[in-house]
Design a protein around this ligand. Structure first.
Ligand code: PBG
Length: 343
């Protein structure tokens, strides 16, 4: 019977195999694990994307993003105050534009009184120690849901870039600190830099959505900004093919040459290889966007009791840091900041 057999593994055998090297030695206790940890996550790594909606005292839930709200400007100001007190360095603003204000060219993007601009002014009036990142792209304002102006089925590049420059100037005038084009038109970083410099905004930073892939993970965001219902076709003629890596390096290279201060990879978790390669290749401030679909997956699994949402959240964010990201845009930002403050 097997119980009478001598142990297969003897201490002498293990000594011979390990030669004194036991990886578990450093893991025995909490203090030791903390001591040998290579990567850290801090509140300084967080950018909090928030959704804006017209009206007052509105905190409308986004059904496909449990825990995420569309905020009216007054409520956005309150959340900005809370974000500052939590130590979150920056907010990214995304508007839900009234459908009546959407048209074929996204003209509301140029309105100095649009939601994003009003929110910028209102938050800036509080004199907070917090940066405002504004989205440069036309999709929240167009009736067709595309990021640019169209000629039939084609999203026009150069015409779109021209309008994006005007959009960025309107945002800069409203107090935006970081101009963040998410549109993926060619040449827009250079054009934006020139437009900003030429209008006295030499110190406005540009965070380029450099390697932005055509992704199914943006679905809940499109619910939040109201473009899912209207989007005609897909965005594969301007966003990247998810089979490509070298192309991401070229995109980042061009954006840096054109004057980007910071670059971004998007989506996040399925693209950690891209983050690592960009960071290793260029050694510049590199950000990851943990997008709406990534948030929704963790929030939904948590809501169903299928995983521990807080632990999955912290693990996913540390993974971005491990991959080389300098910061993460994440809808979890306030929750993470609260957990980090308690730790
Ligand atoms: C569009 C834009 C998108 C996101 C940010 N800006 C969606 C898209 O490209 O269709 C997605 C963000 C997210 O999913 O959280 N300019």
């Amino acid at each position: 019977p097997s119980s009478n057999r001598p142990p297969v593994v003897t201490p002498e055998m293990m000594d011979e195999i390990l030669g004194g090297r036991r990886m578990r030695r450093n893991r025995h206790s909490d203090w030791s694990r903390r001591l040998v940890r290579e990567t850290s996550l801090s509140v300084n790594d967080l950018i909090w994307p928030i959704f804006l909606v017209d009206g007052e005292k509105r905190r409308d839930p986004v059904p496909s993003m449990p825990g995420v709200l569309r905020l009216s400007v007054d409520e956005a100001v309150r959340e900005a105050v809370r974000a500052e007190s939590l130590g979150i360095p920056a907010l990214a603003l995304f508007p839900y534009t009234d459908p009546d204000l959407r048209d074929a060219t996204g003209s509301e993007s140029l309105n100095a009184q649009n939601l994003t601009c009003r929110a910028c002014r209102a938050i800036k009036a509080e004199n907070l120690n917090i940066g405002l990142v504004t989205d440069v792209a036309l999709d929240p304002y167009t009736s067709h849901g595309h990021d640019g102006v169209m000629d039939g089925p084609v999203v026009l590049n150069d015409e779109t870039v021209s309008q994006l420059c005007h959009q960025a100037l309107v945002q800069a005038e409203a107090g935006a600190d970081i101009i963040a084009p998410s549109d993926m038109m060619d040449g827009r970083i250079g054009a934006l830099r020139q437009a900003l410099d030429g209008n006295g905004f030499r110190n406005k930073q540009i965070m380029a959505y450099s390697a932005k892939y055509a992704s199914a993970f943006y679905g809940p965001f499109r619910d939040a900004v109201g473009t899912n219902a209207t989007l005609i076709g897909d965005k594969r003629t301007y966003q990247m093919d998810y089979g490509n890596t070298d192309e991401a390096i070229r995109e980042v290279e061009l954006d840096l040459a054109e004057g980007a201060d910071m670059v971004m990879v998007k989506p996040g978790m399925p693209y950690l290889d891209i983050i690592r390669r960009v960071k290793d290749t260029f050694a510049v401030p590199t950000y990851a966007y943990q997008v709406s679909g990534e948030y929704a997956m963790i929030a939904a699994a948590d809501g169903n009791g299928w995983l521990d949402g807080d632990r999955a959240m912290m693990e996913s964010l540390m993974a971005f840091k491990r991959a080389g990201a300098d910061g993460i845009l994440t809808y979890f930002a306030p929750k993470v900041a609260e957990i980090l403050a308690r730790a």
